[in-house]
Design a protein around this ligand. Structure first.
Ligand SMILES: [Zn+2]
Length: 315
């Protein structure tokens, strides 16, 4: 079965400088592996549109959106010869960043439109910058807008969806998503993450619609699968989501130096299949995945390939 593959070349324009792990080469590594495995010819390609301020404002403060967008102008920078500014110690913005960030969020909106109108069952947003650390009014951890939360809010506002699940298997806790969706009765948010680890939260004051499953450093696929089986799946079956969004970060991979978890490709394939089963049972197979982390370029490409193979029901 084919799926929608949503991307835009503007996603390569955001570049936080030499040596920064959240780099344009990530997208190229993914496409390279998808081509090598011949999946690239079988997905249906779409260009990500720009998200509108109205779509972003469903989850972000308007003043914050204006502030991010203002950085597309050189006047926003102290040094117009070398225009850049730190929005947090890890997160650099430059004149092309707002364009890339709007494409990333716009991809999730288009994916929602395609899935909700029945043009496709499943979609993958191959975009950057990622989104799951972006707070309501603040950039954080390489993220500017909460792409997946923007998509979820679009499904609710535009299509009247009552029950949206967001799941996040990035190695870092999706604190931004949690901030954007907390206590929203229409959304269930399930997250696995290494703990204690950046962003050093997710185990205390957990909102009622959030299921957080922390994993100790060194945890392997067996521990990850147990967390999904014991925490996510019962919550998902109880919630009966009409659509599932995946914050698909691949930085828990054994080969990724960003973390100390030990997942491998077959773990990503396994969790994707489990989520697909839930989507089939309650949501007519509707599932949208958006790239978050994943910094070791080889394992990133292989893991996304394993993930898409399951979304395409080729296993
Ligand atoms: Zn991450």
């Amino acid at each position: 079965m084919t799926i929608a593959y949503i991307y835009h070349p503007d996603c390569l324009l955001h570049d936080m400088g030499e040596g920064h792990p959240e780099c344009p080469a990530r997208i190229e590594a993914i496409e390279d592996q998808l081509k090598a495995s011949h999946l690239f010819d079988f997905v249906r390609h779409y260009e990500a549109p720009l998200a509108t301020v109205g779509q972003l404002a469903r989850v972000h403060d308007k003043n914050y959106i204006s502030r991010v967008l203002s950085y597309s102008k050189l006047e926003a920078y102290v040094d117009s010869e070398n225009p850049h500014a730190y929005l947090d110690p890890d997160t650099l913005i430059m004149p092309k960043t707002p364009q890339a960030a709007l494409r990333s969020a716009g991809a999730a909106v288009l994916a929602t439109d395609l899935v909700m109108t029945g043009k496709t069952k499943a979609a993958f947003c191959c975009v950057r910058p990622p989104g799951h650390h972006a707070l309501r009014g603040e950039s954080m951890g390489f993220c500017f807008f909460g792409n997946v939360a923007v998509g979820a809010a679009h499904a609710i506002a535009e299509y009247g969806v009552q029950r949206v699940a967001i799941v996040d298997f990035d190695v870092h806790h999706g604190n931004g998503t949690e901030d954007l969706v907390q206590n929203n009765p229409n959304i269930l948010f399930c997250s696995t993450f290494q703990h204690p680890f950046y962003p050093y939260c997710g185990t205390e004051n957990v909102p009622s619609n959030v299921v957080n499953a922390p994993l100790a450093a060194g945890s392997d696929g067996e521990k990850f699968r147990a967390a999904v089986t014991d925490y996510w799946l019962p919550a998902l079956h109880k919630f009966m989501p009409q659509i599932i969004f995946i914050s698909a970060g691949f930085d828990a991979h054994y080969d990724d130096d960003m973390s100390s978890l030990r997942l491998v490709e077959r773990d990503y394939a396994w969790v994707t299949q489990e989520l697909l089963n839930v989507a089939d049972k309650y949501g007519e197979g509707r599932i949208i995945s958006a790239l978050e982390g994943g910094y070791e370029l080889h394992s990133l490409g292989r893991s996304v390939t394993a993930h898409l193979r399951v979304l395409m029901r080729m296993n």
